[in-house]
Design a binder for this molecule. Structure first.
Ligand code: DX5
Ligand code: ZN
Length: 220
């Protein structure tokens, strides 16, 4: 049985007050905190890395759902494990020949492996990683071009979610980009159970209301 995980994207938080923003989101009912790690190369934006995760870990016990938008994810496994990351989701576009090694290392360091795919990437690319004897635990379907918060949800990505849910009833399927009360219905209906939401949560007068709307939409 898959369960709903609502993961506010800390990319939309005030990075200068990350610890209190994290605490606020947990208080608002967040299940996971989504941490967008970008290297300025895989995507045209640069955010945070292991040092910031390590600092945040001293202030929260929350599940830190790390989304690696980087060209060399293998280089980040050890530093992020030491920093206290919980989930480690790399992009399939940069893991052509080393995904077995990546999954192996992520698991051996106590993190949960996930694989993400960009809007232009075909869903078939992730099948081998889900069906392998040592599989990923989660597939993240990007519903915007990775790099920035506040973009518009791409409903045509729901075909990918539907395909995954049909093939893998117990897989954690995460959607990321443009999710909020006005787009959650189609994502939840398609079968997504892990919901990342940045601007819709942080931009709301009552983030707890948005989180509870997202949660009650999943699980149908
Ligand atoms: C985009 C990031 C997302 C982003 C989502 O590259 O992966 O996690 O923060 O933000 P919203 O919910 O505002 O689209
Ligand atoms: Zn993300």
């Amino acid at each position: 049985e898959v369960t709903a995980k609502i993961a506010p994207s800390m990319l939309s938080s005030d990075f200068a007050n990350l610890a209190s923003e994290a605490e606020r989101m947990v208080g608002c009912g967040a299940d996971w905190l989504h941490m967008d790690i970008m290297d300025g190369h895989f995507v045209p934006n640069l955010t945070i890395g292991a040092p910031v995760i390590e600092s945040l870990r001293k202030h929260t016990q929350a599940y830190l759902d790390c989304h690696l938008m980087v060209t060399n994810p293998l280089d980040y496994v050890e530093p992020l494990a030491k920093a206290g990351a919980s989930g480690f989701t790399f992009h399939v576009e940069v893991s052509k020949d080393n995904w077995k090694e990546l999954i192996e290392k992520i698991k051996s360091r106590g993190m949960r492996p996930g694989v993400a795919l960009k809007p232009q990437t075909a869903i078939e690319k992730v099948f081998p990683l889900v069906e392998h004897e040592n599989p990923v635990d989660l597939v993240l379907v990007m519903t915007v071009e990775p790099g920035f918060g506040g973009q518009k949800f791409m409903p045509e990505m729901m075909d990918k979610v539907r395909t995954l849910r049909k093939k893998y009833p117990n897989l954690d399927i995460e959607v990321d980009g443009g999710l909020g009360p006005s787009t959650i219905e189609s994502a939840a209906y398609a079968g997504a159970n892990c919901i990342v939401a940045g601007s819709s949560v942080f931009g709301a007068p009552e983030p707890s209301r948005v989180i509870s709307i997202l949660r009650s939409s999943v699980h149908k």
